[in-house]
Design a protein around this ligand. Structure first.
Ligand SMILES: [Zn+2]
Length: 282
């Protein structure tokens, strides 16, 4: 089974504008249109069984709509292969109720994005959210490291992540982007081996620069094959999840990179889907 643990889609009426703005700010080019249909086509082409959608509430007022959409999408997961996580903003007034409602409606996890939500990951508001999510047996996926669209913000850098981990020791937590986008040396020195999952999103291949940009995208260099293998060995293949950040990377290309990287068949299957299936209880 192949499960892409890190994808984004937008409602059809919004997709063009969202992709344009994010691509422009990050100076990267999308691989697919960013709608649910375009993701399903990519999954069919790349033999991906499930993709996890990770919506982000950039304002507290967006949470309700995001979560209604997530619940509606999840009604058809068996047919579409799309499983949506819920969203929550650190400034939402009743995080306990929001998380309880999500869990009650069968939503398996939440996505937190400290940079888009302008809050340090070890802020008390996030600590409460993470605690409630753990109490409800939910998966917590966190954007870790810097963000390509706002490269200077350090709300999710390694020192703050370590404080959060040391304070809560959460289970079922995923740090996106191999533990921290643009922070791989620090990740290697501090996070490898800890009891936390990483996803591979935007970490293995060079990003496609947006057309007509003279400047290169502010990209952190992707992990080389050797470095990826070292990360897998030191961290443990059972704690790495295939993820693409589709539409910003290609499901087909990332799967090929993992298959060609020289891992054993067992580790390859674990990373491409077995770990995710276990975590999602599929
Ligand atoms: Zn993402």
């Amino acid at each position: 089974m192949i499960i892409d643990f890190h994808t984004h889609t937008f409602p059809s009426f919004l997709a063009d504008r969202a992709i344009y703005t994010l691509g422009h700010n990050g100076r990267i080019k999308n691989y697919i249109k960013g709608t649910n249909d375009s993701l399903i086509s990519s999954m069919n082409e790349s033999h991906v069984d499930y993709s996890i959608l990770l919506p982000v509430a950039t304002k507290p007022t967006q949470t309700e709509n995001i979560n209604q959409t997530a619940i509606a999408i999840n009604e058809f997961s068996e047919e579409t292969g799309l499983i949506s996580f819920g969203g929550i903003h650190p400034d939402n007034e009743n995080p306990k109720k929001i998380i309880k409602d999500l869990a009650h409606n069968g939503v398996k996890g939440i996505k937190l994005h400290p940079i888009f939500q302008r809050t340090y990951i070890d802020d008390i508001k996030y600590l409460h959210i993470i605690e409630y999510a753990c109490e409800n047996d939910m998966i917590i996926l966190i954007h870790a490291g810097y963000d390509i669209t706002i490269p200077l913000y350090n709300y999710a850098n390694i020192s703050h992540i370590l404080t959060m981990l040391d304070t809560l020791q959460p289970k079922n937590m995923i740090l996106a982007h191999m533990g921290g986008w643009g922070c791989s040396s620090q990740v290697e020195g501090t996070l490898l081996g800890r009891d936390v999952y990483f996803d591979t999103a935007l970490s293995l291949l060079r990003l496609k620069p947006a057309p007509n940009t003279k400047r290169r995208p502010e990209e952190a260099p992707p992990l080389s094959r050797e470095r990826f293998l070292r990360f897998v060995k030191k961290h443990g293949a059972s704690k790495i999840l295939f993820g693409t950040d589709c539409p910003w990377d290609s499901q087909k290309n990332v799967i090929q990179f993992i298959k060609d990287s020289g891992l054993s068949d067992k580790d390859t299957s674990a990373i491409l889907g077995d770990n995710a299936a276990r975590l999602l209880k599929l």
